[in-house]
Ligand binder design. Structure first.
Ligand SMILES: Nc1ncnc2c1ncn2[C@@H]1O[C@H](COP(=O)(O)OP(=O)(O)OP(=O)(O)O)[C@@H](O)[C@H]1O
Ligand SMILES: [Mg+2]
Length: 246
C-alpha cells in the first residue's frame, strides 16, 4: 500500500439540524480500495461528495494528494480533475455520442488536443468493453454499457482516485456483473478507489478495507473477511443480518 492519498481529518457537516457527518477520520492510501457500507441515510453519499467538494464541510480538513481542496476557481477545477466520480445514475450527456462523452472533459477542462483525446477515449472504451459503441448516443446503450461509459469518462481525466457511489444499484441484475468486473479490473491495475456499495462479492474480491457508517459516523472498519464474518459492533451486526438475509 502506498502513502496516504485522500485524507479526511475530523470532518463535520450539518444539513440544518442534521449532523450528517460526525468527526470523520478516514485515510485512503495510494492503490487502496476502500468500500463504504451502511444503512440508507447514514451519510455515505455525502461523504463521497465532500471529497471533490460537491458538498462543502463545516469543519475539519480534506486533502487529496497532500493538497486541500480550494473553495472555488481554476485551482478547484484542476484538483477536482484528480477525483473521478461515478454515480448511481450515469449522467451522460444525452445528445452527445459515447465518444464525445469521454473526450469532452479532457478537451474542455484540460486543453487536450481533440485527436489525442479521441485516441485515449477509444482505448478506455475498449478497456471497459464498449469500444464498438463509440458512435452511438447514450440512450442506444444498455444501463450496464452506459455505466461503463461513465467509468471511461471519469478515467479520461486521468484521476488519482475514483469514487463510486452505488454504481450498480440502478442496474438490472444481469448488468451488475459487467460493471463490477470493470471495477475489479481497475482495482487490480492499482487504481485508488473509494466505493459505496452493498455488493459483498465486490467487497470480498477487491476491497482492502470495509468502512461501516451509521448515523453520520464511522462505526467500524476492518478487512472484508473480518468485517463480514466477525463484525464487532452491534450496529454492523444488525445491518449485516438485514442485508445478508435478502
Ligand atoms: N442536500 C441535502 N439537504 C438536506 N439534507 C440532505 C441533503 N443531502 C442529504 N441529506 C440528508 O443527509 C442524510 C445522509 O444522506 P446521504 O445521501 O449521504 O445518505 P446515504 O448513506 O448515501 O444513503 P443511501 O444509502 O440512501 O444512498 C440523509 O438523512 C439525507 O436525507
Ligand atoms: Mg447514497
Amino acid at each position: 500500500m502506498g502513502e496516504p492519498l485522500v485524507v479526511l481529518r475530523d470532518v463535520d457537516k450539518h444539513f440544518g439540524p442534521l449532523h450528517v457527518l460526525q468527526h470523520i477520520d478516514l485515510t485512503v492510501h495510494r492503490g487502496e480500495v476502500v468500500v463504504i457500507i451502511g444503512p440508507s441515510g447514514s451519510g455515505k453519499s455525502t461523504l463521497c461528495r465532500t471529497i471533490n467538494r460537491l458538498e462543502t464541510i463545516d469543519s475539519g480538513t480534506i486533502t487529496v494528494d497532500g493538497k486541500e481542496l480550494p473553495e472555488e476557481g481554476r485551482e478547484l477545477a484542476r484538483l477536482r480533475a484528480d477525483v473521478g466520480m461515478v454515480f448511481q445514475s450515469f449522467n451522460l450527456f444525452a445528445h452527445r455520442t459515447v465518444l464525445d462523452n469521454v473526450t469532452l472533459g479532457p478537451i474542455k477542462a484540460k486543453g487536450v488536443k481533440s485527436s489525442v483525446a479521441k485516441t485515449h477515449a477509444r482505448e478506455l472504451l475498449d478497456r471497459v468493453g464498449v469500444g464498438d459503441q463509440a458512435a452511438k448516443l447514450p440512450a442506444q446503450l444498455s444501463g450496464g454499457q452506459q455505466q461503463r461509459v461513465a467509468i471511461a469518462r471519469a478515467l479520461a481525466m486521468d484521476p488519482k482516485v475514483m469514487l463510486f457511489d452505488e454504481p450498480t444499484s440502478a442496474l438490472d441484475p444481469e448488468m451488475i456483473n459487467e460493471v463490477l468486473d470493470v471495477m475489479v479490473g481497475l482495482a487490480r491495475d492499482g487504481m485508488t478507489m473509494l466505493v459505496v456499495t452493498h455488493e459483498m462479492g465486490f467487497a470480498r474480491s477487491a476491497a482492502h478495507r470495509v468502512v461501516f457508517m451509521d448515523g453520520g459516523q464511522i462505526v467500524e472498519e476492518a478487512d472484508p473477511e473480518t468485517f463480514f464474518t466477525a463484525p464487532t459492533s452491534n450496529r454492523a451486526r444488525d445491518f449485516l443480518s438485514k442485508i445478508l438475509t435478502h
